[in-house]
Write a protein that binds this ligand. Structure first.
Ligand SMILES: [Fe+2]
Ligand SMILES: [Fe+2]
Length: 370
């Protein structure tokens, strides 16, 4: 049986394949009958699933993080894909190729790491440069950095996602520090170090969880410990430099209600917070476009963004429209086609009030589904 991937499932089809169980809950319907509510997943995305036939055996054997062989039918419910299972059985992890179940960054981690080092080597503050270099080239830190994901589910939640997020933020740090004329050494340091200690906060593997250190200490405070540990190895590391780096790390979540023990109080700390927020939200949007299972233009509700989002590409016209009938596709279809302009005819200049978008093209490209 070849592996079917969530992203390739089109709907209204019989499915038999192996998935990992991301969420497994026993529920009770209004009529008091029990059923199972699952989220099945693989490297390409998640699939809402239901098993209406309750059985004690299934409840006992299947749990979150199990690999399962399932059979059933993919339907649509309220515009979203929903997999209705008729059979489920646990399979051993030795029977599966784990790579099929781990979502990965599209970028090569070794290449990303080299890019990051090159940015560090270009820094002009010798203390910050040496501090960053010694931290990220530490054997265990670099190994984890190339592999870990940036979160359990919110953004960059895939293998090497942490490095992708850190590198993306660091590129923004270089460009925006120049734009706003702030000290790029600190902004780069903040972007590299702000989430680095997620390598201690989270586990790796198929189902990422918070570690005890993550729950009890967290990546912000752990970041300070790392800065202290490596700064002590650098002779005469300036106290004020260390203090400002620590402030950036403590303030990067921006607001007290988002778990920030400090709010940003320097331009560099503000910029790191804004870059972090921008990069996490843009990645969330990118992932929604790739993995959301709702039909049509709109996603389901995205908690991290507190809204639904428009998933389709926006209309784009690199050339002016020659066809005047641009608003109503039906009207256009009922009329005979306009003669093609003569090859030597000058290109028609658009009138100031003439729309530059071809709605008929747009509508045909974006057929509205229910
Ligand atoms: Fe963070
Ligand atoms: Fe971050």
């Amino acid at each position: 049986m070849s592996k079917l991937f969530v992203a390739d499932l089109q709907g209204k089809e019989e499915i038999e394949s192996i998935f990992s169980v991301k969420i497994f809950n026993t529920m009770e319907g209004k009529d008091g009958r029990k059923y199972f509510n699952l989220i099945l997943s693989d490297a390409s995305g998640d699939l809402e699933s239901r098993l209406w036939q309750y059985s004690e055996e299934v409840e006992k054997n299947i749990s979150k993080n199990s690999f399962v062989r399932v059979r059933g039918k993919l339907n649509f419910f309220q515009g979203r894909k929903q997999f209705i299972l008729s059979h489920i059985e646990k399979v051993s992890s030795s029977e599966v190729n784990e790579d099929d179940f781990i979502m990965k960054s599209t970028q090569n981690p070794e290449v990303m790491f080299k890019e990051l080092l090159a940015i560090v080597d270009d820094l002009t503050d010798v203390y910050i440069r040496d501090l960053l270099r010694s931290i990220i080239t530490d054997g265990e830190i670099s190994r984890r950095l190339k592999t870990w994901q940036a979160g359990k589910s919110i953004h960059h939640a895939y293998k090497s996602g942490l490095l992708e997020h850190i590198l993306s933020c660091t590129h923004l740090a270089v460009n925006l520090s120049r734009h706003y004329r702030v000290n790029d050494n600190y902004v780069v340091a903040g972007c590299i170090l702000h989430d680095l200690c997620k390598i201690y906060e989270l586990t790796d593997g198929v189902n990422v969880e918070y570690t005890e250190e993550g729950k009890l200490v967290g990546h912000l405070v752990k970041g300070l410990e790392i800065v202290d540990r490596y700064a002590y190895k650098i002779k005469n590391f300036p106290h004020y430099t260390k203090m400002h780096i620590k402030h950036i790390l403590l303030a990067h979540h921006g607001e007290y209600e988002y778990g920030s023990p400090k709010i940003p109080q320097t331009s560099e700390a503000f910029l790191v917070h804004l870059i972090d927020m921008m990069d996490s939200k843009m990645n969330t949007l990118e992932m929604i476009k790739k993995t959301d299972s709702s039909t049509g233009h709109w996603s389901g509700f995205v908690k991290h963004l507190d809204r639904i989002v428009y998933k389709s590409e926006l209309p784009f016209y690199p050339e002016y429209i020659q066809d005047e009938e641009v608003y109503h596709e039906e009207k256009r279809e009922s009329r005979p086609a306009a003669p093609a302009p003569a090859a030597h005819a000058p290109a028609k200049k658009p009138h100031a009030t003439e729309p530059k978008t071809n709605m008929s093209k747009m509508l045909s490209g974006f057929k509205i589904e229910d």
